[in-house]
Design a protein around this ligand. Structure first.
Ligand SMILES: NC(=O)c1ccc[n+]([C@@H]2O[C@H](COP(=O)([O-])OP(=O)(O)OC[C@H]3O[C@@H](n4cnc5c(N)ncnc54)[C@H](O)[C@@H]3O)[C@@H](O)[C@H]2O)c1
Length: 251
């Protein structure tokens, strides 16, 4: 087991990549705090982990709110132990150019996708330092590496996550805290539910050289590796899992 005796907190743990990561972390021996804005979704995931013999708690929290971010860290520390791993994965992906989206959509996206990483890191780092170290993982995305059309707020937020990852890695390396970002390409999750299949297929045909769909489980496996001691000398890096999308301009 790669994460035996570790405590892991996963935001957006109620579905998609977060749910797959909660399951994978639990399978690898971690005690898992499943965090989701909708408590019922987090509870369903925690219940399944427990029925499979793992250890999990559910926490309802809005990661964009400072008080909730503090509470999710404190509750995890109190009930499971100081988190060894915090996976900032919750996110939303509103579509639109900056003249199409509202100011509140802009704020919402930047707060949920980017500020949440700042908040969770701020509240967890002092505890990790006291405990001797830890791992922070962030789900960014390939749109944070190169902007996508009609995804202005999302592309900006995810680009911010990438450099925040590097800042945390540099600033806390001497305290034995590692921080890395995962950049998935198109993953088949509820986040993309609004995208009609024909548009999805056209996108993948044009931009993704490898054929097939990336699953949330594949992203979770990467998270397990980066969270584990096998990656103990890896920090400040961006790990791309995109079927070759970022290798060039067109497939
Ligand atoms: N699916 C993709 O193609 C793709 C590609 C690149 C990056 N990502 C990123 O992966 C991450 C996970 O997304 P997913 O694809 O699994 O989609 P998803 O919609 O299944 O998961 C996102 C989760 O975050 C939760 N969430 C949203 N706002 C929240 C808030 N304020 N507080 C707490 N929880 C909140 C949602 O309830 C949901 O469970 C996101 O950061 C997303 O931007 C996804």
């Amino acid at each position: 087991m790669k994460l035996r005796d570790k405590v892991a907190l996963v935001t957006g743990g109620g579905s998609g990549i977060g749910e797959a990561s909660c399951n994978a972390f639990a399978r690898e021996g971690a005690r898992v705090a499943v965090v989701n804005r909708t408590l019922a979704k987090a509870e369903a995931v925690a219940r399944r982990i427990k029925s499979d013999g793992g250890c999990a708690i559910a926490i309802g929290a809005d990661v964009a709110r400072s008080a909730d971010a503090q509470r999710m860290i404190d509750k995890t520390a109190a009930e499971l132990g100081v988190p060894d791993i915090v996976f900032n994965n919750a996110g939303v992906s509103p579509a639109g150019r900056i003249t199409d989206i509202s100011e509140s959509d802009w704020d919402r996206c930047l707060n949920i996708d980017l500020k949440s990483v700042f908040l969770a890191a701020r509240y967890t780092i002092p505890l990790m330092i006291e405990a001797g170290g830890g791992v922070i993982l962030n789900t960014a995305g390939t749109f944070g590496m190169r902007a996508a059309t009609k995804k202005a707020a999302y592309s900006v937020a995810k680009a911010g996550v990438i450099n925040l990852t590097r800042s945390i890695a540099l600033d806390y390396a001497r305290e034995n805290i590692r921080c890395n970002a995962i950049c998935p390409g198109y993953v088949d999750t509820p986040l993309n539910i609004g995208l009609p299949a024909a548009e999805r297929d056209a996108f993948l045909e044009q931009y993704q050289p490898l054929r097939g769909l990336i699953s949330a489980d594949e992203v979770a496996e990467m998270a397990v590796y980066l969270a584990s001691d096998a990656a103990k000398m890896i920090t400040g890096q961006v790990f791309v899992l995109d079927g070759g999308q970022q290798a060039g301009l067109y497939a």
